[in-house]
Design a protein around this ligand. Structure first.
Ligand SMILES: Nc1ncnc2c1ncn2[C@@H]1O[C@H](COP(=O)(O)OP(=O)(O)OP(=O)(O)O)[C@@H](O)[C@H]1O
Length: 238
């Protein structure tokens, strides 16, 4: 279980996160919904060790604290992040990008298996192993980013707005691929502005506003929640 408790974060004098408590069990899919600037990316960055939370904050994985671990040690614990904007290397091929995600201490023995699994999850990548990533579509690049994160054999995969900038049909395809990732037993912690599709693959969700958690419920309940409707879906029941 990944447990975040009383997590607070300051950027200078700006309080980006205040007393956040969020939990995610093995194999579960949880979405964090919130408007621009609510603090969603900051939450994922704090879990990934990319920013340092305030004293008293807790990030625990199976009872062990992750606070203070450098970002490069986090993948070894079983947590991987697909950052906003993907962070892929355009001048490298699909295969080379995947290799950069391999974590020697976590997955060396199974590197070939990981490649096989990822190409199985994303057949589009299998057809393009030697293609330069910058020549690929946005959706394909997102798949490379997810594949690279999966190379470290994570138990928890965090994704920061994977649908950003993608055409609706590509978003549908990407979420179908995420469903296949779920079926391999990986827990997903998803940050999204695309409310309908992210709730459709989630078990539960949290609502964030101005650095705080302002609501939490099952995905089923959130689909018809009036606050969610008003904040994200323009009041309609899309
Ligand atoms: N490095 C930084 N230095 C100072 N302020 C920052 C920094 N990163 C983020 N912030 C501020 O912290 C707040 C939360 O930002 P964050 O990116 O976590 O929000 P978000 O919900 O992910 O928004 P978005 O969807 O726009 O990425 C915002 O007010 C943002 O301007």
């Amino acid at each position: 279980m990944l447990e975040i408790a009383n997590l607070s974060l300051l950027y200078g004098r700006h309080r980006a996160l205040e007393n956040i408590s969020v939990g995610i069990s093995e194999g579960e899919t949880v979405v964090i919904l919130g408007a621009n600037g609510a603090g969603k990316s900051s939450l994922l960055k704090a879990i990934a060790g990319l920013v340092t939370p305030e004293a008293g904050s807790r990030v625990m994985l199976d009872g062990k604290s992750l606070i203070g671990l450098p970002a490069h040690d986090i993948p070894e614990t079983g947590i991987a992040l697909v950052p906003e904007g993907r962070g892929v290397f355009g001048d490298l091929t699909v295969e080379e990008n995947l290799m950069l995600g391999a974590n020697p201490r976590r997955a060396r023995a199974t590197e070939a298996d990981r490649h096989a699994l990822i190409y199985d999850l994303f057949p589009r990548l299998a057809e393009r192993k030697r293609q330069m990533v910058r020549t690929m579509s946005g959706g394909e690049q997102q798949m490379v980013a997810i594949g690279r994160a999966l190379m470290s054999n994570p138990k928890y995969l965090m994704l920061d707005e994977p649908s950003l900038g993608l055409a609706p049909i590509v978003v549908t395809e990407l979420f179908a691929a995420l469903k296949r990732v779920q079926q391999t037993g990986v827990a997903l912690l998803l940050v999204e502005q695309n409310v309908s599709i992210s709730l459709s693959i989630s078990d539960r969700g949290y609502l964030m506003e101005a650095g705080r958690i302002v609501g939490a419920d099952t995905a089923e309940a959130l689909k018809t929640d009036t606050a969610v409707q008003q904040a994200f879906l323009g009041g309609s029941t899309a």
